[in-house]
Design a protein around this ligand. Structure first.
Ligand SMILES: *Cc1c(COP(=O)(O)O)cnc(C)c1O
Length: 454
């Protein structure tokens, strides 16, 4: 019988995270203080993050031990299965072998708890009692709520008001895990009150929610802020995905020709691919592709610049591909991919030609998601559909070329809480809203004043 699932036992879970900063051909340029243009120092970040996570952020140790307390929590759902997508292959009549790493089996339904658990742990042992964060569509807020609950920390989530109203189930999940979730802008912070005084029905934005969460963290006792993607330590925590996948593929003597992940801030893409990027740096021939929306084409259209991580200009300047911190992407259903920037590590790898990027329209991605649901059964998250669209494209190419390619994709999450988006697609109400060439040109002009990383 052909193996359908490659499963590792609890005691085969990886014991260390892989830190690509030890192996990058060109290091990531340091974050800059926007006021002085000078690199920021760790102590400048200490009101926002606990020092143990700041140390991880700047570490160049290749392997970092996963603490036992973190492993114990990860074992709730890890190691996650690696599936062979036989039915999808049959339907596509492709000679390619397609594998997907199922991150949808976590309690919150995505890869995000991998870092939420680690961050909650490091905050806890640093003596922090409470974490404040923001969330757009609610996936990060729910992952962190789960993680804080596991470690007995309080959690407050500022959720973009329009999503809070449109997507009540994520809020319900957060409250089920004991977190407090408020619509943002909220009356609880100076930033929130300012926007509410302009408009009591303000729909909110991720930028406003970030400002509220950071203000909360730096002004409340024993509180820190937490971010679910983009930063180096977040990508580090996610590498457990790729390290497991390497063991699972070795069980069946496979090695991927093509690795695919969807990319919003870049954490699930990195989680799967960074251990393989290491192989590539050491001479392996493997193609690694980030899949993004045409309505938020950060890698495929955005320049490599120093930009703020948030709309409200509260963060240091990060060296990254960016569409500009003022960019507001079209309201596509893949809310987790609507971020103007890209992780500095992913951006650097892209500049250095170690990874590629492709963009897909909303309709292409939902068509791919439906194909997946009707072959493999699992309903993917709208974000995940971007990786699936890319995998189907590559499988069709393998068919044309008559090549037995091995394709590995990160199945970043399930779409059971996103069924309204599938309903819109199935009833013909979904639209494409790619950035136009005019918009791209205007954007490049607006961004021409940003500093260029060396
Ligand atoms: C948040 C999210 C993403 C995008 O975030 P990354 O940091 O780019 O991984 C992708 N897929 C799912 C299911 C998500 O919840």
């Amino acid at each position: 019988m052909n193996k359908k699932k490659m499963v590792l036992s609890d005691d085969e879970i990886p014991r260390q995270w892989y830190n690509i900063q030890a192996d990058l051909p060109n290091p990531v340029p340091p974050p800059l203080n926007p006021a002085t243009g000078q690199p920021i120092t760790p102590d400048m970040l200490s009101p926002v993050f606990p020092m143990n996570l700041i140390e991880q952020e700047v570490s160049t140790e290749r392997w970092i031990d996963i603490p036992d307390e973190v492993l114990e929590k990860l074992l709730i759902w890890r190691p996650t299965p690696l599936h062979r997508a036989y039915e999808l292959e049959r339907m596509l009549k492709t000679p390619a072998r397609i594998y997907f790493k199922n991150e949808g089996v976590s309690p919150a339904g995505s890869h995000k708890p991998n870092t939420a658990i680690a961050q909650a742990y490091y905050n806890k042992i640093f003596g922090i009692k409470r974490i404040a964060t923001e969330t757009g569509a609610g996936q990060w807020g729910s992952a962190l709520s789960f993680a804080c609950n596991q470690f007995g920390l309080q959690c407050k989530v500022y959720m973009v008001r329009i999503s809070y109203n449109q997507k009540p189930y994520r809020k319900m999940l957060m409250e089920t895990w004991g977190a407090q979730c408020v619509p943002s802008p909220s009356p609880d912070t100076n930033a929130g009150r300012k926007f509410l005084s302009q408009n009591p029905e303000h729909p909110g934005s991720l930028g406003i929610s970030i400002s509220e969460a950071i203000e909360d963290a730096v002004t409340s006792k024993d509180t820190r802020y937490s971010l679910g993607s983009v930063l180096n330590h977040v990508l580090l925590h996610q590498t457990i995905i790729g390290l497991e996948a390497q063991k699972q593929l070795a069980l069946i003597n496979e090695y991927p020709d093509i690795i695919i992940g969807c990319a919003g801030g870049g954490s699930n893409f990195s989680g799967l691919s960074l251990p393989f990027v290491r192989d590539k740096i050491n001479g392996k021939n493997v193609q690694i592709i980030a899949a993004e929306p045409t309505s938020c084409p950060t890698l495929t259209k955005g320049p490599y610049i120093y930009d703020f991580g948030d709309t409200a200009e509260t963060t240091p300047l990060l060296a990254m591909h960016s569409l500009g911190h003022a960019f507001v992407p079209a309201p596509i259903h893949a809310g987790g991919l609507r971020y103007h920037g890209m992780a500095p590590i992913v951006s650097r790898l892209f500049v250095d030609g170690l990874i590629e990027a492709r963009a897909y329209t909303q309709l292409q991605t939902f068509s791919a998601g439906i194909t997946f649901a009707r072959t493999e059964g699992f309903v993917p998250a709208p974000e995940t559909n971007h990786a699936i669209a890319c995998a189907i494209e590559e499988a069709n190419k393998a068919k044309q070329e008559g090549k037995e390619k091995v394709i590995l994709l990160n199945w970043s999450g399930h779409g059971i809480i996103d069924l309204a988006a599938y309903d819109a697609y199935l009833s013909g109400k979904l639209e494409d809203s790619p950035m136009t060439e005019d918009e791209v040109q205007k954007l490049k002009q607006d961004l021409s004043k940003f500093p260029i990383p060396k």
